[in-house]
Design a protein around this ligand. Structure first.
Ligand code: GTP
Ligand code: MG
Length: 463
């Protein structure tokens, strides 16, 4: 077939095909998932009009005609709360969208004109984009599939640092007093599990992130179910495996081990099988600045949690994931969020720091040949960059409004160039105050580099 004809033929095929993409957004609690997805939908809905998406060629070239919400396919998945999020942002004064829990979905139909004009000039195409928001905490559970109950207990023991341990005192006292061989006492196990869950919640509150089981933090409709009533037993590390295995079925130990297995098989596995495996593309959001604010131990903990979480995307031949499931994600983005908390000239450092924080998982991903890109962004820009005379010289500054309505003018200073060391922490702490969202004018939400993220995640489908 002559070249131009072959191309036209290909175009026809493409038009006939159902062009569809499943894009998932994840990140640990408060990393900015809801804000990101709200902004993404908002930008696409305003594309072609007032949205500023210069880094997205389809928009820059005027080929992106707009997006409409359509009914989602999977009726069992809750709808992503776009309207409530926009309503919160439109309040006077504006407020941030409510925290969310569990998985949610939204389907967009995006209309665009192809980049190459075929013989059908003026032709338009449609891309169906399925968007998912799910808690990154759920991904922390992937490594849990690799363990049996005793080895999981040992791992939990190993990650307890000094500050972290402080949140688990009630669990430790109660669990140490529990005789693994004694007959299981339901009420007692429920109570100790609650202590463990409280410990996880307090640790998360304090900024820790390497926390398992993930569903203890975000139980959704499983709250109070026996499948969430287990916990690691301290002292298992020293126990003889044969002796443990010989404990009777109704013992505390055997009951906990059984619940652990049930959690693996009926909670963790189905998420991977029914959802994760079907995502085409993924963006992982990281609140890097929040972790810098929270100090060294939590920064370390974030690094560990992210390394854990990223294992879910390492589907190299020998990875745990590829042995269990066959995921198909063909493109991955990792983004440091809330970039409007630092001045623009710091943004490259934010990306460098993110790459340094994720150096090990990134190496594995590149080795596994997964296309991945790191970026920094603000889904909803709540500050303005300024240059201000400060201590006798012109300095970059940020202007915004605090959560209580107070005007803020900040000199956030410099981010570290590489992973912060002890000297850095001793010399400089960070203290970024939170901004109130910007007032709405009915136009597209102000942002930083949402267009770059869009280009990487869906740009090739808008060609
Ligand atoms: N300044 C600024 N703050 C942001 C931005 N995105 C998120 N935030 C802040 O981070 C908080 C958490 O953002 P969400 O989008 O709710 O994060 P999430 O990951 O959905 O949180 P959960 O649903 O609780 O897990 C918001 O309430 C804001 O305070 C942003 O682009 N700029
Ligand atoms: Mg959310």
């Amino acid at each position: 077939m002559p070249q131009p004809l072959a191309r036209e033929f290909q175009d026809l095929l493409e038009r006939g095909r159902d062009r569809q993409l499943r894009l998932a957004v994840t990140g640990l609690s408060r990393s900015g998932k809801t804000a990101f997805l709200t902004s993404l939908v908002n930008q696409l809905r305003h594309a072609g009009l007032e949205a500023r998406l210069d880094l997205l060629p389809a928009a820059r070239e005027g080929r992106l005609l707009g997006a409409r919400r359509v009914n989602q396919q999977d009726l069992a998945v809750p709808r992503f709360p776009y309207d409530p999020a926009m309503a919160a942002l439109a309040e006077t004064p504006p407020s941030w969208p409510e925290p969310t829990r569990g998985i949610s979905e939204l389907r967009l139909a995006i209309r665009h004109r192809p980049a190459r004009r075929g013989w059908l000039a003026g032709e338009t195409r449609q891309l169906t984009l399925d968007l998912f928001d799910y808690p990154g905490e759920w991904l922390l559970d992937l490594p849990l599939l690799e363990h049996d109950y005793p080895s999981w207990c040992r791992r939990q023991q190993a990650v307890q640092g000094h500050q972290r341990e402080a949140h688990f005192a009630a669990w430790r006292a109660a669990a140490e007093a529990l005789d693994p061989a004694a007959e299981a006492d339901e009420a007692r196990l429920a109570e100790i599990s609650e202590h463990y869950a409280e410990g996880l919640r307090a640790a998360r509150e304090a900024g820790f992130a390497d926390l398992q089981p993930g569903r203890f933090l975000l139980p959704g409709d499983l709250a109070g179910a026996p499948v969430l009533q287990f916990f690691p037993l301290p002292g298992i590390a020293e126990a003889e495996p044969a002796a443990l295995a010989a404990l009777p079925e109704e013992s505390n130990y055997a009951t906990l081990a059984r619940r652990f297995r049930h959690y693996q098989q009926h909670i963790v596995r189905p998420f991977y099988r029914d959802h994760f495996r079907r995502f085409d593309r993924q963006i992982v959001l990281v609140d890097l600045l929040g972790a810098l604010n929270a100090g060294p131990e939590r920064f370390q903990d974030l690094a560990r949690a992210l390394a854990n979480l990223m294992q879910s995307f390492d589907y190299g031949k020998r990875s745990l994931l590829s042995r269990l499931f066959a995921p198909r994600i063909d493109r991955l983005a990792i983004a440091a969020t809330k970039a409007d908390h630092v001045t623009p000239e710091q943004h490259p450092r934010m990306v460098a720091l993110l790459e340094a924080l994720l150096a090990e998982p990134l190496k594995d991903l590149r080795f596994a040949d997964v296309p991945v890109r790191a970026l920094s962004l603000a889904a909803i820009r709540a500050s303005e960059a300024r240059e201000v005379e400060h201590q006798g010289r012109r300095s970059p500054a940020l202007q915004g409004t605090g959560l209580d309505g107070e005007p803020l003018l900040l000199f956030p200073g410099e981010l570290p160039e590489r992973l912060p060391d002890a000297a850095f922490w001793a010399r400089q702490g960070f203290d970024f105050p939170a901004f109130r969202p910007p007032p709405q004018d009915g136009g597209a939400l102000p942002h930083i580099r949402m267009d770059a993220a869009l280009e990487w995640l869906i740009g090739d489908k808008l060609q």
